[in-house]
Design a protein around this ligand. Structure first.
Ligand code: XUL
Ligand code: CO
Length: 501
């Protein structure tokens, strides 16, 4: 009788709102057919309310494959969900159109491979706390394949269309470059197969040029040209991988490109070598016909005491100095921005102002700590600030919002991976809605416009156009005397902003 396990299913929460049953396996009721409903009604009160323990909620679509995340449904959008319901979206409604674009296309969410599937909760003071079933296997390659299957099950259930990866997350390093590359070939064959099967795409690929001990003194800024050559060889393969997987962007994060002591460092030489490394990347990209956006990810410190890509403005200055600004944009990670001593949104805004905001590693830190905690972004004020800039510049495409974030060491359940992403996606959906209201109503924009009004006429207009001279400014002051005191009205702006939260 009740053997169907496909199609529309129903799921249930217990009285504590914990997902109790989502799929009735054969030989038990499927929860969908008339027989099941009759069965429930005979056991319970005769209605869709099955008593204090079970509640029938909206029918949801089941993911087709469950191997690693049994018990987790395809995450639905539930408009009337209650506070304790955490395995559903309450704000992120992928298809909903805001300012002429679907939410999904404004947000372009991506799951990162390294934290979510390679992370184990280990920290400098303690070993792994999180046991992941995909890490159980006899060889590194066997685990790598299991991990990839787990990742695609996760992407599907979460409903996220993009993922990001380092070359070494996907596939283990071998004894030689050749063996490493063969591992990568095998793993990228499987990744491509799963991408084609599911429609999930690569937002960006990056090379891990910082973890191996050979890179302890840097990769493109290493004082030894042999190490530089190794980094170049790894980058060449990384670009091939990006092409093979159809990556829409390629990120450079210079983990060890910087110094720990200025005394042993030739800064000028290192910066030139790094620029030459990027020039080789541009050439090879052109040669293989790789169509993707190059991105540099700023970070001020950690692991190096000083990193050359300190913040957005340092990177933009570097790119302009070496004539590279036409080939790169920036991937801004707000946890890095706050480490540089700026406010959360500062680098997103600065990069955007210079037309250089390419993508965002959407995470947050704990400003009271002072290192890169890579937490999930849950603060609606922060997400609103970021989305305001993103919407104002017309979106992030081909970049996106990549969750470079990890669940806390103490969050050890598999479902925590879902809860964290769902919470952050909802936080960004709320940020988007708020930003759209702020922009559509235009109160802040008209206040700002009014504030700069004096540059639209007279001497201000000449300054704006770049035609004024110091002599003219002096004449203006002689004729007009002292400038009047004008309030900056910060509290008014903050109050108006809070209205949209
Ligand atoms: C490190 C960091 C990296 C880059 C990619 O702080 O953010 O994960 O995003 O290498
Ligand atoms: Co990052």
């Amino acid at each position: 009788m009740l053997s169907s396990t496909t199609g529309i299913k129903k799921y249930y929460f217990d009285k504590n709102k914990k997902l109790l049953v989502f799929c009735w396996i054969p030989a038990t009721p499927c929860g969908r057919c008339d027989d099941c409903i009759a069965f429930f009604r005979s056991k319970r009160s005769g209605s869709d309310d099955f008593g204090p323990d079970l509640k029938l909620l909206k029918p949801i679509e089941m993911a087709t494959e469950t191997q690693f995340f049994a018990g987790i449904p395809k995450i639905p959008y539930v408009l009337d969900a209650e506070g304790g319901d955490v395995l559903c979206f309450k704000h992120y409604n992928a298809e909903e159109v805001l300012m002429g674009r679907r939410m999904e296309d404004w947000l372009r969410f991506s799951v990162c491979y390294w934290h979510t599937f390679c992370g184990t909760g280990a920290d400098p003071f303690g070993l792994q706390t999180q046991r992941r079933p995909w890490n159980e296997g006899t060889t590194p390659m066997e685990c790598a394949k299991k991990r990839l299957h787990a990742a695609f099950e996760f992407f599907n259930k979460l409903g996220v269309k993009y993922y990001t990866l380092h070359d070494r997350d996907l596939s283990p390093e071998g004894m030689t470059l050749d063996e490493t590359n063969r591992n990568l070939d095998e793993m990228t064959d499987l990744a491509l197969e799963l991408q084609n099967k599911t429609g999930v795409k690569v937002l960006w690929v990056t090379c891990n040029l910082f973890a191996h001990s050979r890179y302890m003194n840097g990769a493109a800024t290493n004082p030894d040209s042999h190490v530089f050559a190794y980094a170049g060889a790894q980058l060449k393969k990384g670009l091939d991988v990006a092409k093979k997987l159809g990556a829409e962007n390629f990120v450079f994060w210079g983990g060890r490109e910087g110094y720990n002591s200025i005394l042993n460092t030739n800064v000028a030489a290192e910066l030139k070598h790094m620029a030459n490394f990027f020039k080789m990347a541009i050439k090879y990209k052109e040669k293989i016909g790789l169509q993707c956006q190059f991105l540099i990810e700023p970070k001020p410190k950690e692991p190096c005491k000083h990193q050359y890509d300190y913040d957005a403005m340092s990177v933009i200055g570097f790119l302009k100095h070496f004539g590279l600004e036409g080939d790169f944009k920036l991937n801004i990670e707000p946890n890095h921005t706050t480490l540089a001593g700026h406010s959360y949104e500062h680098d997103v805004v600065m990069a955007s102002v210079f037309g250089m905001l390419g993508s965002v590693d959407s995470n947050t830190g704990s400003p009271d700590l002072g290192w890169d905690t890579d937490q999930f972004p849950m603060d609606i004020r922060n997400t609103t600030m970021v989305m305001k800039t993103v919407v104002e510049q017309g979106g992030l495409q081909p970049g996106g919002l990549n969750f470079d974030a990890k669940v806390r060491r103490e969050s050890t359940d598999l479902e925590d991976l879902f809860i964290a992403h769902i919470g952050a996606m909802d936080a960004f959906a709320r940020g988007l809605r708020n930003a759209v209201s702020i922009i559509e109503e235009g109160v802040i924009a008209s206040m700002v416009k009014e504030r700069y009004m004096s540059f639209s006429r007279g001497i201000g207009q000449k300054v704006e156009d770049g035609t004024a001279s110091l002599e003219e400014l002096e004449d203006y002051v002689i004729q007009n005397g002292e400038a009047k005191v004008t309030s900056g009205k910060q509290e008014k702006y903050e109050t108006v902003f809070n209205h949209y939260m």
